[in-house]
Design a protein around this ligand. Structure first.
Ligand SMILES: Cc1ncc(COP(=O)(O)O)c(C=O)c1O
Length: 391
């Protein structure tokens, strides 16, 4: 059988650039010690890696203070810390139906356990939230807007800047989930008007799994919802208030930081715009090819002038469960995709695909080629034609 065609980059990018593997291996072999805890040379070297990566990501997100770039496991971790640490019982929060469970579930918990009122804004037929509709939901009692920058199901990138402007004017915290966009679409704290940017390292930033974090704007003080070792001020009984320690707990994921550092450098060297253009060229080819296949239903895949997208595409083959299409792509064609609800149940409820156990999603990454796309279109066409013969 031909070698695997990996089209599940929306879940995680794979493979990684060679420099990422090298950086992780080098870290553990040459200076794999706990940073910031002692003064010996290796410890300082490990600490320097952390500091340099904070600065790199501070610049990447257009922040001002590297200490406000805090590391955690992933964006789920960061979103939990930001949401539970900024929203108080009885507050009002505005969010959207495009949210991933990483913010949907914390918000649901606050709504059901802490009397937080959550307003859910829907997206239109093409997959975009109308910024004015969201802004209209902001009231004097609104504490935060929590929103997904780029959809992991339909790929639409939301027009966040007008929402951010109003949030800044009205003192509302904008907590932005950039899991899918960071690394392919510019994410600038000031342009977008965000207070907290939550990122994960293992998607388009090209780092490994288990490393992510957030950038917290100066003046925004997130309440501690955890406490633990920081390696400094150890006699102090309450957790430190100063960033980055305020939001970091225990030994950080140093091999992850080493890999992320290399991944972000690789993205910057390639050029984000160039990577995005490559992926979107393949996305358009995939979309156009699948459009021609009888029995294929595409979701929110129309071009809308002036609107931005990232390279995930969801579809179903008429009469087939998404999981069955996925199994045939895997077993018969050696193509990896992602099927189901993609941790975003409200998107599928809106599309009606929750009734058929979700959709099939292709996620295109920097190492995909036109040959991969051609093979994927041919494979879906074969599956659709077999289905047509059987029915
Ligand atoms: C939009 C979005 N938000 C959040 C996440 C969660 O990312 P992680 O699992 O790395 O925390 C994902 C991952 O698929 C995502 O696509």
């Amino acid at each position: 059988m031909s070698s695997l065609i990996y089209l599940d980059n929306g879940a995680t990018s794979f493979p990684k650039p060679e420099v990422v593997y090298t950086a992780m291996d080098t870290f553990y072999r040459q200076y794999g010690v706990n940073p910031g805890r002692s003064g010996f040379d290796l410890c300082l070297e490990a600490g320097s890696l952390v500091d340099r990566t904070r600065k790199l990501l501070r610049d990447f997100f257009g922040g001002t203070d590297p200490n406000r770039l805090v590391f955690g496991y992933n964006s789920t971790d960061a979103l939990n810390l930001a949401i539970f640490g900024l929203v108080n019982p009885g507050d009002h929060v505005v969010t959207t139906h495009l949210e991933h469970n990483s913010s949907l579930r914390p918000l649901w918990a606050l709504e059901h356990e802490s009397g937080v009122k959550v307003d859910w804004v829907d997206f239109d037929a093409q997959g975009w939230v109308d910024p004015q509709e969201l802004i209209d939901r902001i009231t004097p009692g609104t504490r935060a807007v929590v929103m997904n920058h780029g959809s992991n199901v339909i790929g639409t990138v939301q027009d966040v800047a007008p929402i951010g402007r109003v949030c800044r004017e009205q003192g509302v915290h904008l907590i932005l989930d950039v899991s899918q966009t960071a690394g392919v679409v510019p994410v600038d704290l000031e342009t977008l008007g965000a207070d907290v940017i939550c990122f994960t390292g293992h998607k388009s930033l090209m780092g490994p799994m288990g490393i992510g974090g957030m950038y917290v704007r100066e003046g925004v003080e997130i309440r501690h919802t955890r406490a633990g070792g920081t390696g400094v001020k150890s006699a102090q009984r309450h957790h430190l208030d100063e960033y980055p320690y305020r939001m970091e707990y225990g030994t950080p994921n140093l091999p992850g930081i080493a890999g992320l550092h290399a991944g972000v450098h690789w993205v910057l060297e390639q050029g984000m715009a160039k990577l995005h253009e490559h992926e979107m060229r393949l996305w358009t080819s995939l979309r156009d090819g699948l459009r021609e296949v009888p029995g294929v239903i595409l979701y929110c895949a129309e071009d809308v002038p002036g609107r931005e997208r990232i390279s995930v595409l969801s579809f179903n083959v008429e009469g087939l469960e998404a999981a069955d299409t996925g199994t045939m792509l895997d077993v018969d064609h050696n193509i990896a995709c992602r099927t189901g609800l993609h941790c975003t149940p409200m998107v599928h409820e809106h599309l009606g695909t929750d009734q058929i156990h979700g959709a099939v999603r292709f996620g295109i990454g920097p190492f995909n080629t036109q040959a991969h796309i051609d093979a994927a279109i041919a494979a879906v066409a074969e599956i659709a034609s077999l289905r047509a013969v059987r029915s």
